[in-house]
Design a protein around this ligand. Structure first.
Ligand code: SF4
Length: 504
């Protein structure tokens, strides 16, 4: 039997027949010649175009953010036995599931109330009643975390009333946990949605659970897309001897082992632990923007110490994290942690000659960008463009404070609310040596011929980065490895023969 190999799509589309098709398509779509397309493309890289680009107000092009319910889904996945339910159309939920599945390379259990045209006209009450009935009967969760999409918000569906009616109709028992959050996508971003849902879950689970102090420290990681970070924060606190609870921890859910058995709910913070979080000694937040409303709840209702820290990325940020945790818990720093710090400092010293003075542009979520800036400045790198589509005035102030504190931060401009099309203008008019950000920056990386260090969310086009930490001293080492090896790859790629050295 002859087996005809299936051609790889790259080879297939190189064939003449396809190339001719592409050319005809280009001619049909362009309405002008290739020379004109090239002329305009070149013009969009100029300072004149940059001015026009930055004058636009009513249009966003390629924003580096996602919508609220996507964040709400991640918050739900951080708790044991919890099924996120999004009240809206199936397309939205398919987008959230695929976005997370492409980043984490894991299946993501999330259901939808499947609103269609009739629900858009008459309201989605019946959809919520049926969704809660079906979801609990089929998937046997311990908790359902409900959020909303644009459609439900535009027609004004009232989740509180709908869930109460679903209880009265017997979809779920009166005491079955159904925390909910309204997450309108036309304001805020995935961070706002994460915060809204986390607050709702913690408010629900801790209600009527005030009891004896448990002496623990709560850690709220925020919209954390590195399962390695969650695991390493847990390890660090264990080594420090600090009794703690991570609220919420999706590392077991989105990085579960392949052992031949399918588990619908393989991880998450235990609901009993979440309920007891109100009795902790203190709560430490590792992201500011992504946990503002949750912080407000803890401060006003749990009535214990709270600390909001910059994400512990790099030496100084991790030092502050360790020092705050040891102060709050009343423990001292063991030699193991001191040695871990020393190894990172040693590695920074080994690599700094390749990183010092490298100009970079960075884009991402505000908390991540502020944490990364601290570390990159520690390396003597020089930020030039700092972009955060979902960053606000508070982000700008925090980023500028970090830049002002370093002798290498003075050539940077912070751009809250700007998108990746703005970033393109910035990079073409004021070039940099490196880009730092998520997979969507790869288009600019190719066009501007600037190497990209993939950090943040989403990372779709490289595998397993999210399984390694970027927080803490160990995380700093991973990040440093990524940074310096990207620079060295570029050095080798462009080196003349006399500098193509085997030792770097
Ligand atoms: S922006 Fe609105 S319509 Fe689009 S995925 Fe988000 S919730 Fe759905």
């Amino acid at each position: 039997m002859t087996i005809t190999p299936i051609p790889d799509h790259n080879d297939l589309f190189e064939a003449e027949e396809y190339q001719q098709q592409f050319e005809r398509k280009r001619e049909f779509e362009q309405g002008c010649g290739s020379a004109e397309v090239e002329r305009v493309k070149a013009w969009t890289r100029t300072a004149e175009y940059r001015e026009k680009n930055f004058a636009r107000e009513a249009l966003t092009v390629n924003p580096a953010k996602a919508c609220q319910p996507l964040g709400a889904v991640l918050a739900g996945l951080g708790f044991a036995g919890t099924l996120p339910l999004v009240h809206g159309s199936q397309g939205c939920v398919a987008y959230f599931r695929s976005h997370f599945a492409r980043h984490f390379k894991e299946p993501v259990s999330t259901v939808s109330s499947s609103m269609t045209e009739d629900a858009a006209v008459f309201g989605g009450l019946n959809n919520i009643v049926e969704a809660l009935d079906n979801a609990t009967a089929l998937y046997k969760p311990d908790m359902v975390a409900v959020s909303t999409t644009c459609m439900a918000e535009v027609i004004g569906d009232d989740l509180n009333a709908f869930i109460q009616e679903a209880r009265e109709k017997g979809s779920v028992p009166e005491d079955f946990p159904v925390p909910f959050a309204h997450t309108p996508s036309f304001v805020g971003s995935h961070l706002t949605g994460y915060d809204n849902m986390l607050r709702a879950i913690l408010d629900y689970t801790t209600k009527d659970h005030r009891g004896e102090p448990n002496g623990k420290i709560n850690i709220v990681p925020g919209f954390e897309t590195y399962t390695g970070n969650l695991r390493d924060i847990d390890r660090l606190l264990t080594v420090l001897g600090v009794d703690h609870t991570i609220l919420g921890d999706h590392s077991g859910t989105l990085d579960s082992p392949a052992d031949g058995e399918y588990e619908m709910y393989p991880g998450g913070t235990a609901l009993a632990e979440a309920a007891d979080a109100i009795n902790a000694k203190a709560t430490v937040f590792l992201q500011e923007t992504a946990t503002r409303k949750t912080h407000e709840l803890v401060r006003q209702s749990w009535k214990h110490d709270t600390e909001v820290l910059t994400p512990p990325i790099g030496v100084a940020n991790t030092d502050r994290f360790i020092s705050e945790i040891t102060r709050l818990a009343g423990v001292s720093v063991p030699a193991e942690i001191t040695a871990e710090r020393g190894r990172l400092v040693d590695a920074l010293t080994d690599s700094h000659a390749y990183l010092h003075g490298k100009r970079f542009a960075i884009a991402g979520d505000p908390d991540l960008v502020v944490g990364l800036l601290g570390f990159l400045l520690e390396l003597g790198m020089e930020p030039v463009h700092v972009v955060s589509t979902n960053g606000d005035a508070a982000f700008k102030a925090s980023a500028e404070a970090v830049l002002d504190a370093s002798p290498f931060g003075h050539s940077a401009t912070v751009w809250p609310g700007k998108d990746l099309w703005h970033l393109r203008s910035l990079v073409f008019t004021e070039p940099v040596d490196l880009l730092v950000g998520n997979s969507y920056l790869k288009y600019l990386s190719r066009e501007a011929q600037v190497p990209l260090v993939r950090v943040g969310f989403p990372i779709f086009d490289r595998h397993h980065l999210h399984r390694f930490p970027i927080l803490g001293y160990a995380g700093g080492l991973h990040l440093l490895t990524q940074l310096v090896n990207t620079v060295l790859d570029e050095l080798d790629r462009t080196a003349p023969d006399h500098s193509f050295d085997v030792v770097r």
